[in-house]
Design a protein around this ligand. Structure first.
Ligand code: GDP
Ligand code: MG
Length: 441
């Protein structure tokens, strides 16, 4: 996709006269590319109309940077589609919430339920899983296995065939046990759709979920809109999770799901494992959709704000891909100073969405400072190692003692380190374009 869009824009910038025909040709080319990426036809058509309104031909003709103007317009339009205008219900730690998962069979509900529970558990929540899929043989075993691996309490039955009864029993039990995130997994048979929707409605009515999450496989293509709409019409879908983003699918269906449910995407699944789960961030997603790569905005920013003489060192570190605790410490220092490099790092997808969510800057800074205090109690060996096994229990205890922090907090900091190291490792071997070589799309 990226290729054909950049070609389309390239052709346009080569044309000497930018008239309406050239712009139309360019937009048609982009339309084709977005459709190949499973963005719904109607959405693409609306976007095309909007762009024509936004992009002023006179501006283009007057020698402004045409590629930039068009690129920016497309980027903004796609971001707008992904933003339904209101955030989804967000469960609060320590307060009971019931979250119900719905979606077709095979979309990844059971896997995603566990990922969602595990994600919150790592942040100190008390999640629990309820298996209300009594349709598929083995459904309970699968959930039980996942839950056991993650040490998350679960509820289900091999004998009971009424999903509503199990759902209610499970939710009741975990409410009594003061769990703050009670997750209900439902069945999603392929055929008998009417029966599935009826069952979902009953489970929802009986358990009164605070949030219904629609789980969608990113590879379903153009079917995404109708599917999402059908679910929305039966239950009050409030958020979307798109799975299997590690596969070939570009994920254009996410736009359809948002448009059809008027709910935001909150996470994406990027693999079969428990921790292959990411907070959804609109801009990097759109970059990827447009083939700009997750890092192009990041690279632009490096060239824009990092002084020339500091660039080579930084880029060298990035392309080596080894993220030690010392590098994390240095980047934290940069971020706190909010110098040029700090600005760059606060833009990295994983840094910004998780470590420093918007509107919570004070809290984030305090957290970073706390992490740094703990790292001050580390030895050079620990700071420079890229072997995750080095940090054993006795080292963790020593660091906790030395910094006057709890073992739990040190573990949390190390988890954060692992998460950032994973993001960082994606930069490994990255060919870093020199200033001016960045292609527009
Ligand atoms: P359910 O029928 O909706 O409950 O779907 P499951 O959770 O059983 O998942 C169906 C299959 O998709 C399983 O083989 C999962 O391992 C796989 N799966 C789920 N999420 C992801 C993902 O994000 N990436 C990949 N590669 N596989 C996934
Ligand atoms: Mg399942």
């Amino acid at each position: 996709l990226g290729g054909s869009i950049s070609r389309a824009i390239q052709q346009m910038s080569n044309a000497t006269i930018i008239d309406e025909k050239v712009l139309n040709d360019c937009l048609n080319e982009i339309t084709r590319a977005l459709l190949q990426s499973d963005v719904q036809f109607k959405l693409v058509r609306d976007m095309q109309t909007n762009i024509k309104k936004i992009v002023n031909l006179d501006d283009l003709a007057a020698g402004h940077n045409k590629r930039r103007i068009i690129q920016q317009a497309i980027f903004n339009e796609l971001c707008k589609i992904l933003d339904p205008g209101k955030p989804s219900f967000t469960p609060k730690k320590g307060k009971t919430s019931v979250v119900m998962f719905v979606g077709l069979q095979g979309s990844g509900k059971t896997t995603t339920c566990t990922k969602y529970a595990y994600y919150h558990q790592k942040k100190g929540w008390k999640p629990a899983l309820v298996c209300a899929d009594t349709f598929r043989a083995g459904a309970f075993d699968q959930l039980k296995q996942n839950a056991t691996k993650a040490k998350i309490p679960f509820y289900g039955s091999y004998m009971e065939s009424d999903p509503v009864k199990i759902a209610v029993e499970g939710v009741e039990r975990f409410k009594k046990e003061n769990c703050d995130l009670i997750i209900v997994d439902t069945s999603g048979r392929h055929k008998q759709e009417a029966a599935l929707f009826e069952e979902m409605r009953q489970v929802s009515e009986a358990t009164k979920p605070d949030l219904v999450i629609f789980v969608m496989d990113s590879s379903i293509g153009q079917a995404a809109f109708d599917q999402a709409q059908a679910f929305k019409q039966s239950v009050a879908v409030g958020a979307v999770i798109v799975t299997k983003m590690d596969g070939h699918a570009k994920g254009g269906g996410a736009l359809s799901a948002v448009a059809a449910t008027k709910s935001p995407v909150i996470f994406i699944g990027t693999g079969e494992h428990m921790d292959e789960f990411e907070v959804f961030d609109v801009k990097p997603f759109v970059s990827r959709l447009l083939g700009m790569g997750d890092w192009s905005g990041f690279m632009d920013k490096i060239h824009e704000v990092v002084p020339m003489d500091q660039q080579p060192e930084l880029l060298q570190k990035l392309s080596e891909g080894n993220f030690t605790l010392r590098i994390m410490y240095e980047q934290f220092q940069n971020i706190l100073k909010m110098g040029p490099i700090g600005q760059v790092f606060s833009m990295l997808p994983g840094f910004s969405a998780e470590l420093m969510p918007k509107g919570r800057e004070k809290e984030s800074q305090a957290k970073i400072k706390r992490y740094m205090t703990m790292m001050d109690s580390m030895t050079n060996e620990e700071l420079d190692s890229s072997n995750p096994k080095l940090m054993n229990e006795s080292r963790i205890m020593r660091i906790a003692r030395g910094s006057g922090r709890q073992v739990k907090e040190v573990t949390e900091m190390l988890e954060e380190y692992k998460r950032l190291a994973k993001i960082w490792s994606k930069m490994k071997g990255l060919k870093i374009p020199k200033k001016g070589e960045m292609s527009a799309l």
